[in-house]
Write a protein that binds this ligand. Structure first.
Ligand SMILES: Cc1ncc(COP(=O)(O)O)c(C=O)c1O
Length: 411
């Protein structure tokens, strides 16, 4: 009997793309049960930016178990949560002059999004939400409804109080006018309470928004009294270089959703950063059994202390991101016949090959060369590269070489 085929739901997905049985992992490498090593340019869909089993963080976790620390703690006070909150303040909020409080939510990105939308509705009294084509925010009913539908992410959730604006790479007067009109409109009979945006889209195809457009969103929302929610679940925690992908853009969000890599070690954890004056929750109004993953607080604090006390990681990510985009451009020039487009920001990069079939063949070819890459974007035409941001440069070059080879054989 094959237990995966016999016992696991038909909804299983990634295992169909990468049908190896994995058994161990270190840094940017995963090894299957037969000892075959794969370079991981997927990094847990962005949850493993600090690598598999990051040695510094593993030590923290082992010590946590050895010392008999709490694992589960709801939102009671613990030593680890205090250390995490202090590290967030010291390494993230204070240096960026963000006067925000930290709301721990249940452990998924979608839960953070749910909480953000509920808070926005509570504050503004308005339920409708504006998002963006290609946006992806998770799989709860609300989060799925506001995720503009992406191929391969079909959902049966269809709440109607949502409208999607087009993605904007280079802002035009028409984009600004459409934004202004939409924000002042009603959707499903409801006024707009929030705009939710991934400043650099992940599932939408590694697409950064024009910072000038992000500034317009802020200005318009401030004028009307709409909250700006930055979904940094995939692009945050250093993925694009800076801690937040919106840094330097004047988006100045009211709420920031973080999950995926926030624990540093790939543990389930999600938080929202909420502008202090908007933190109007009543005690217990938004709850969740698994808000206090104490092990994740411990590794997250260690991740912040280790990697965000200086700008080394940020610089390294930007440098490695350049290597990736240059290499993708080289591949596009050599094999794309003008049809391939390179996109990205830091180490959230993609090669749009303009064809679902070609992208799929490249991803499959990569797997045959022991390289794990995913496809994304409208129509799944983009090969996405999400390496660990701490990846060793030789491994990076090795993986890019394998990708080049896979593309050469696919076109
Ligand atoms: C930008 C963004 N937001 C939210 C989510 C949902 O996170 P989760 O799968 O942990 O619910 C994802 C997941 O890919 C994401 O990329």
């Amino acid at each position: 009997m094959n237990p995966f085929e016999e016992l696991e739901s038909n909804v299983r997905y990634y295992c169909r793309r990468w049908p190896a049985v994995f058994s161990s992992a270190s840094g940017s490498t995963i090894t299957d049960e037969n000892g075959v090593e794969y370079l991981d340019f997927f990094a847990g869909a962005g949850a493993l930016s600090y690598g598999h089993n990051n040695p510094v963080l593993v030590e923290v976790a082992i010590e946590h178990f050895r010392a008999g620390k709490l694992l589960h703690s709801l939102d009671t006070f613990t030593v680890e949560k205090r250390r995490f909150l202090e590290a967030m303040q010291r390494y993230v909020l204070e240096p960026r002059q963000l006067d925000m409080v930290i709301q721990t939510v249940g452990p998924t990105g979608a839960t953070a999004v749910e909480a953000a939308l509920q808070l926005a509705q509570r504050i503004t009294g308005n339920r409708a939400v504006v998002g963006f084509e290609g946006g992806y925010h998770g799989m709860t009913y609300r989060a799925a409804s506001i995720s503009a539908s992406m191929a391969g992410r079909a959902t049966s959730a269809h709440l109607k109080d949502f409208v999607a604006l087009p993605y904007v790479a280079n802002v035009t007067d028409e984009d600004v006018q459409l934004l202004k009109d939409t924000l002042r409109s009603t959707v499903d009979g409801q006024k707009i309470g929030a705009v939710i945006i991934e400043p650099t889209q992940g599932e939408g195809g590694a697409r950064p928004f024009d910072p000038a457009y992000l500034r317009c969103i802020r200005e318009e929302c401030s004028e009307i009294g709409i909250l700006v929610i930055a979904d940094e679940v995939q692009a945050g925690v250093g993925r694009t270089g800076p801690f937040f992908s919106f840094e330097g853009s004047s988006l100045d969000p009211d709420i920031v959703c973080l999950s995926k890599s926030i624990s540093g070690l790939g543990l389930p954890m999600a938080i929202n950063l909420v502008r202090r004056d908007l933190d109007t929750w009543a005690p217990g109004e938004f709850s969740g059994t698994f808000r206090g993953n104490n092990l994740a607080f411990a590794t997250s604090a260690a991740m912040l202390e280790t990697y965000w006390a200086d700008s080394e990681l940020e610089k390294g990510t930007e440098q490695r991101g350049l290597i990736v985009r240059n290499s993708l451009q080289h591949i596009a020039d050599e094999f794309g016949h003008g049809r391939f487009v390179v996109r990205g920001n830091g180490l959230l990069c993609g090669l749009d090959v303009g064809s679902t079939q070609v992208a799929e063949t490249i991803a499959q070819g990569a797997f045959e060369r022991q390289l794990i890459v995913e496809t994304c974007g409208a129509g799944d035409t983009t090969v996405k590269l999400l390496t660990p941001i701490v990846i060793d440069e030789n491994e990076l070059l090795d993986g890019l070489e394998r990708l080049n080879d896979a593309v050469a054989h696919a076109v």
